[in-house]
Write a protein that binds this ligand. Structure first.
Ligand SMILES: [Zn+2]
Ligand SMILES: [Zn+2]
Length: 785
């Protein structure tokens, strides 16, 4: 490995010499909140007179893996309509700036619309955004309270909730009216699932432009102070009298742009059709000349759209109105980068990196009297300056392109050929026994879901019909969908339990969606839905209870097994828990399911599963090197260990209570693990972590959607060479950063009169204040991960 690294370094040095300078120049940090300061300077009395540019853009087209979400842009404001799981990840991938959001509108208190909000709020808080307003159903306030059960107090960000009963909201771009719609005959006390909130958004009239030349021709006092009141008057549509002559606004001013409106409405089932169709607010906008509705966005299933009452209601908006549909029949690739990397990785080994499922249309589109446009990721409808659909940003997923790009990389084809040869010469997985357990990594990044790596989740298929999920960060279900395609219901049907290691958002906020989608899956499979055993810190209960009582019924889907009850020698508090543990072991053919406290946050656990056939799988959760884990995991067949940071960052690893690569490998060695898979990489290593000298034939690195079994160990450890060829550019950049840091460390050590201990000598750094610069935006703020 060392030799390979040196070659890479040489190559990178040569590359730089040719390009005369570093690969990428350091840019001064951008100010993400500049827009707020500009707004402050303008003051409250500032009246822009309507926005010049406004468009709506589909973030998520409504598919089962991504939900429906819409982004609205004007030069003054940015809005988001709905924020399900994975929306933040898509916004990151497609460069829709989260820090510019000042309003989030939610159409219904259902996990599909609010599942991504906890992660989004944590990110907004880190960005330093002082205020964000959430509009929509009344339970939003309680939802925020529920989030605090695991996030702690959300200090530093003012999260205002504007309930649907509040008067209309007005800013520089538009006025927004919330329209509450109650389902027929379903009104329930408290959390009220029967309420959806629709939004009628009315753009401000754009005043006309003053025509200077025409004004000069008419002899008006252009260029003097006297022109100002004249301009103001004609822009407001009033005529003026100048030197005894009446001047009409249309003589010196272009006509104003009317106050167009758009509507966002969710109609989740037939129960809402009549209330939507009879709603008085909508009626006022159907055939309204003053604020014609340019676009109606329908978040509704096909059976609602096909209903003749709903179709008549659509028609009443008139022939000029456009209709955009976001629902599960929309087929569109959203996570393009994830598809790209998986396509390229599958060139190395198509079984370990199986190609992702591409979404296909679920249902036939019903014949509609009203022309509708189906949502696609990044499709735009522009309202100003000109009303039109814009398809230039729509995602086009072209696997051939990804393949061609990889094949052009220097050394890539050769290293893949060498790899295949080496693997062929080695033992094949079948010779090594059963293809089970099969481990599918669904999320291998830490903290924030990013385009290449989603947050923590690992599926363990114990047998063809039994599986376990180790952690369950935001978007885990979406990852399952993209991995398994149409098979996802079957896989959810095999799920026997979920292990939640600790209550950081990157490990558990995907749980509710798994519970809800599992219910749906079992129904479609015609199987009964029993509560799913969830092994987790008891503190999870508070979050589930709050969400259940205030937002949406969920508790009947879960049987909580406190993780502490599975510690060695722990007492089981009740016969009920004992029964749950017993049936879980039996269902999974496990002889043992043990947990231990690890060195991370409070109540953080690792776990060890021992199968009746003899294999032992150990999962660290998040932790610094931990002796209790080493003891519990003795002689593990496979250790899955976090390796958040690269070697040399031991100090940061202590600060954030995580492990470095070599520390994680060391734990595997001390445990005498047969193989160690590294995961939970800091998102600063977007594609691939930095390889350390400790990499050997017993170590592998995990990627999202990677699928391995115990027999794959030789195949997996040999992957490093072709991976280095595939990601040479990224590695070069990271090595450059590491070199710079090494120089800084050495300089700091000299200044403090100490011996310069290079970051790569493997010795842990002493804790001391170093003038080290943050490596990436993620490391600026410490987010519990
Ligand atoms: Zn954590
Ligand atoms: Zn984490």
């Amino acid at each position: 490995m060392w030799a390979f690294r040196s070659v890479l370094l040489l190559r990178s040095a040569a590359g730089r010499a040719m390009s005369q300078g570093p690969a990428r120049r350091q840019r001064p940090p951008k100010d993400p909140l500049r827009h707020l300061r500009t707004r402050e300077k303008r003051g409250a009395a500032w009246e822009p007179g309507g926005p010049n540019t406004v468009y709506l853009q589909v973030v998520a087209a409504g598919g089962r893996d991504v939900g429906a979400a819409l982004y609205v842009f004007s030069e003054y404001n940015r809005y988001l309509f709905n924020c399900g799981e994975g929306v933040q990840r898509l916004m990151q991938e497609h460069k829709l700036k989260v820090a510019r959001l000042d309003n989030i509108f939610l159409t219904r208190m259902h996990w599909c619309n609010v599942g991504g909000l906890c992660g989004m709020i944590l990110t907004l808080k880190e960005t330093g955004l002082p205020k964000c307003v959430l509009s929509g159903p009344p339970q939003l306030e309680k939802y925020l309270e529920a989030i605090k059960t695991f996030s702690g107090p959300l200090k530093g960000i003012d999260l205002a909730v504007r309930p649907h009963s509040a008067p209309e909201y007005k800013d520089e771009t538009m006025t927004v009216f919330q329209v509450p719609i109650y389902s027929v005959g379903q009104r329930k006390r408290g959390r009220d699932p029967s309420l959806v909130v629709a939004f009628v958004c009315k753009l401000h009239v754009k005043k006309g432009n003053f025509l200077v030349l025409k004004a000069k021709e008419l002899g008006l006092p252009v260029g003097t102070a006297a022109i100002a009141p004249i301009i103001a008057a004609v822009k407001d549509g009033r005529s003026v009298t100048y030197e005894g002559r009446e001047i009409l606004p249309e003589e010196i001013c272009t006509p104003p742009d009317p106050g167009l409106a758009f509507v966002v409405v969710e109609c989740p089932d037939e129960g809402f059709i009549r209330p939507v169709c009879e709603n008085a607010t909508f009626k006022r906008y159907q055939g309204n000349a003053e604020a014609p509705v340019a676009l109606v966005v329908h978040m509704a299933p096909e059976r609602v759209l096909a209903d003749s009452r709903y179709q008549q209601w659509m028609e009443r908006f008139g022939p000029a109105a456009q209709h955009l549909v976001l629902n599960e029949s929309c087929s569109s690739v959203h996570n393009l980068r994830s598809h790209k990397i998986q396509t390229q990785l599958s060139l190395i080994h198509p079984d370990i990196f199986p190609p992702l499922a591409t979404p296909c249309r679920q249902e036939e589109v019903p014949a509609s009297r009203v022309p509708t446009v189906r949502g696609e990721c990044l499709l735009k409808y522009q309202l100003r300056p000109r009303r039109e659909w814009q398809r230039d940003a729509v995602i086009n997923c072209n696997p051939e392109e990804f393949v061609a790009e990889a094949l052009e990389l220097p050394n890539f084809q050769e290293s893949v050929q060498e790899y295949r040869k080496a693997v062929q010469d080695g033992p094949t997985p079948t010779e090594n026994g059963s293809p089970y357990p099969e481990i599918v990594f669904l999320g291998t990044g830490s903290a924030i879901p990013m385009k290449i790596r989603n947050v923590s989740a690992t599926l363990v298929n114990i047998s063809p019909d039994r599986s376990l999920l180790l952690d369950c960060g935001e978007g885990t279900f979406g990852q399952l969908c993209r991995h398994y395609g149409d098979e996802v219901d079957r896989v959810l049907g095999t799920l026997a339990a979920v292990f939640v290691s600790h209550l950081h958002a990157d490990h558990h906020t995907g749980l509710l969606n798994i519970l809800l989608q599992r219910e749906r899956a079992l129904a479609s499979l015609g199987k009964p839905c029993h509560p799913l055993p969830v092994v987790a810190p008891t503190q999870l209960r508070a979050w589930l209870q709050q969400y259940h009582h205030q937002c949406q019924r969920i508790l009947h889907h879960v049987s909580l097994i406190p993780a502490k009850c599975l510690q060695k020698g722990a007492e089981v508090p009740s016969p009920e828990v004992e029964r749950l543990i017993g049936s879980l072991l039996q269902a999974c053919d496990l002889g043992e399911f043990q947990t231990c406290l690890v060195r991370h946050c409070k109540h953080a656990f690792g776990c060890a599963l021992v199968h009746t056939s003899g294999w032992k799988l150990v999962y660290s959760g998040d932790t610094m090197p931990c002796e209790a884990l080493v003891q519990m995991g003795k002689d593990a067949t496979l250790l899955i260990h976090e390796a958040t940071l690269e070697d040399g960052l031991e100090e940061e690893a202590v600060e954030k209570t995580h492990s470095t690569t070599s520390q994680a490998i060391g734990v595997g060695v001390r445990m005498n693990a047969g193989f160690t898979m590294l995961t939970h990489f800091s998102q600063r290593y977007a594609k691939v972590p930095l390889f350390s000298p400790g990499f050997n034939e017993k170590v592998g690195i995990a990627f999202d959607h990677m699928k391995v079994c115990f027999g794959d160990s030789a195949t997996v450890s040999k992957l490093i060479a072709p991976l280095q060829a595939l990601f040479a550019g990224d590695i070069e950049e990271m090595e450059g950063r590491r070199e710079k840091r090494g120089v800084r460390l050495a300089r700091a050590a000299l200044l403090s009169g100490e011996q310069a201990g290079g970051p790569e000598d493997g010795a842990p750094q002493q804790k001391r204040a170093l003038p080290e610069q943050p490596q990436s935006p993620q490391s600026k703020k410490v987010r519990a991960q």
